[in-house]
Write a protein of this length. Structure first.
Length: 229
């Protein structure tokens, strides 16, 4: 059963400060992801991979087509969703691991991860957060420190732990292993495999060929969706 389906989805940016110039990015994006499956988006930089993820997450509004997500027994079209509904979907349906960690300063790393379950779930989330931090090789002596003091690779592992903590039906991964060494790339591959076994539908951008081969059930070449400006 499809957890996510894009049909004819497209995005164009309008440059209001440059005379309203329109810059088409992608058009006629068509693919689906089943529960328990990982689809990897492939293509050169600038082809629109991250834009497609942001369209699914609701950060970019689609100009055309549909992005349907299964929410219980219903299908919800993100392209028509109101802002409050998009926020609801992010809390209950769609997780996202971006390339950058954005958190409140001075919050300990353990709480940064646990807060992915919401403030009400902070206490219960700490044990699960600790398990993820161990698996991603974050030393326990760092858990009480804010991630701003960490290296780039450590911050990315905090970001991964935060994104993987909630058990959401759909997970979007934007270059999660770009800053990681071989050991931690393997840890992420294992986490993705576990998410798939638990039924998550995953869309990922991964340039590392070994990681891509390890996690992908299908590779979608986005160059066929790219639009020349």
């Amino acid at each position: 059963m499809d957890a996510l389906r894009l049909s004819g989805a497209g995005k164009t940016f309008t440059m209001h400060l440059q005379g309203g110039i329109r810059l088409p990015v992608v058009a006629d994006v068509n693919f689906a992801v089943e529960s328990g499956q990982c689809v990897v988006l492939a293509g050169p930089s600038g082809a629109g991979k991250s834009s497609i993820l942001k369209m699914i997450y609701g950060s970019y509004r689609c100009d055309q087509g549909e992005i349907l997500v299964r929410h219980g027994n219903a299908l919800v079209d993100i392209t028509n969703a109101q802002p409050r509904q998009v926020l609801h979907l992010r809390r209950h349906l769609i997780g996202y691991v971006s390339q950058f960690l954005r958190v409140v300063p001075r919050v300990p790393a353990l709480d940064v991860v646990a807060e992915a379950l919401g403030r009400s779930g902070l206490a219960a989330g700490r044990a699960r957060a600790a398990d993820l931090l161990r698996r991603l090789n974050i030393p326990e002596r760092l858990w009480s420190l804010p991630p701003a003091t960490f290296s780039g690779g450590e911050q990315q592992r905090i970001n991964i732990a935060r994104g993987f903590l909630p058990e959401l039906p759909i997970l979007l991964l934007d270059e999660p292993t770009a800053s990681l060494d071989a050991e931690n790339r393997r840890a992420v591959v294992d986490l993705v495999a576990e998410k798939k076994r638990r039924g998550a539908a995953i869309v990922a951008i991964v340039h590392d060929e070994d990681v891509r081969n390890a996690i992908a059930d299908r590779v979608v070449d986005v160059t066929r969706f790219a639009v020349a400006a």
